[in-house]
Design a protein around this ligand. Structure first.
Ligand SMILES: Cc1cc2nc3c(=O)[nH]c(=O)nc-3n(C[C@H](O)[C@H](O)[C@H](O)COP(=O)(O)O)c2cc1C
Length: 344
């Protein structure tokens, strides 16, 4: 699996998720089997680049190559400028966001709303490629299947984007109108794959090795992208990678291993966000990690009241240690996974 000059260790991508896939989470997913991870989106609005939020998102200290940064916006010139700005700060791949349905993005006609205005979408791709190509930086594009069921234009847009120089396309199998409702469909992704020769990444509702195999078979895609199912379960990547490579299921992780990963993640998380902010923003990651474990709901309620990093870290360490005394391996995750009902 390649993106431009970069050879990836495997074809499993971490989906960009604003507020989730920050540097510590991306690094954890890569350590646990993901072959590629795309940053949370960075706005193309120059006046926000010095904000704490955006400068954190543009900080790639210690991150392994290739560093992929997603940019979002509506103006070709501003998107080109944002691409150059992020390349100067270490980005080695620029990803254009035409996949996010969040109102904050769509109200200004960015994200997946761009799919409704194909000429503008294409102008953005051309402007970004014009800045990236001379610097040897591949441009990737993340899109949905279209704006609505009646306007499912992913194939046409994919063809045009390929002609404009895009190196890879990731397609989430829902329309903008669907948000996160209903099930992802893979026929449109298969049609995109058949229509272009650049690599195509299938995305939407992949939450197990079995689903990963089924989506690969249904789409013929070159790679898979996983978002919500990796929240609190980043080792899903190694489980999928192992099963795709060997045909055999990987044993569930030991509780003690999960404890170690989560504690390391918290350490990196606090280092990026600082103590005051980090203790709050870590709560969602801890909540996802424990939500399907026995006693997880009660622990989460207690943990949400803790106000400093040290106490939070210690509570997590002790809770998982006690869990490990009762269960050697992680108890099975419920099939009816609530994470897949999260909306952006
Ligand atoms: C909390 C959250 C934030 C997201 N933020 C972004 C984003 O910044 N850029 C983007 O292209 N997609 C974003 N997405 C969409 C995901 O990348 C992905 O396409 C979607 O969740 C479907 O994949 P999944 O079923 O594996 O979660 C976000 C999704 C979630 C749940």
């Amino acid at each position: 699996m390649r993106i431009g000059p970069y050879e990836l260790p495997n074809a499993l991508f971490v989906a960009p998720m604003a507020g989730v896939t920050d540097r510590p989470f991306r690094q954890l997913c890569r350590r646990l089997g993901a072959g590629h991870a795309v940053s949370e989106m960075v706005t193309s609005r120059r006046e926000l680049w010095s904000s704490l939020k955006t400068s954190r998102r543009a900080d790639h200290t210690g991150e392994a190559a290739p560093i992929a940064v997603q940019i979002a916006g509506t103006s070709p010139a501003m998107m080109a400028e944002a691409a150059a700005y992020n390349i100067d700060r270490g980005a080695q791949i620029i990803d254009i966001n035409m996949g996010c349905p969040a109102k904050k993005v769509c109200n200004v006609f960015a994200g997946s709303a761009l799919m409704r205005d194909a000429p503008l979408a294409l102008s953005i791709v051309e402007a970004v490629v014009a800045v990236c190509a001379p610097r040897g930086v591949p441009v990737t594009l993340k899109m949905r299947t279209g704006w609505s069921a009646a306007e499912r234009n992913a194939v046409a847009l994919a063809r045009a984007a390929e002609s404009a120089g895009v190196a890879l396309l990731a397609v989430h199998g829902r329309t903008r109108e669907q948000g996160f409702q209903g099930a992802a469909e893979y026929d449109t992704i298969a049609a995109v794959k058949a229509a272009v020769s650049v690599p195509v990444v299938a995305n939407g509702d992949i939450d197990s090795p079995a689903r990963a195999r089924a989506v690969l078979a249904a789409t013929g895609a070159d790679a898979l992208m996983i978002g919500r199912a990796a929240q609190g379960r980043p080792w899903l990547f190694r489980e999928i990678a192992h099963e795709l490579a060997t045909g055999e299921a990987l044993a569930p992780p030991k509780v003690i291993e999960v404890r170690g990963w989560l504690l390391e993640h918290l350490h990196d998380h606090y280092a990026l966000y600082g103590a005051a902010c980090g203790v709050k923003s870590a709560r969602k990651h801890i909540g996802w990690a424990v939500r399907e474990l026995p006693g997880g709901a009660a622990f989460r309620a207690h943990m949400n009241l803790l106000e400093d990093c040290e106490t939070q870290w210690r509570a997590v360490a002790d809770w998982f240690e006690a869990l490990g005394e009762r269960h050697a391996v992680l108890p099975r995750i419920a099939a009816n996974d609530e994470r897949l009902r999260i909306s952006a």
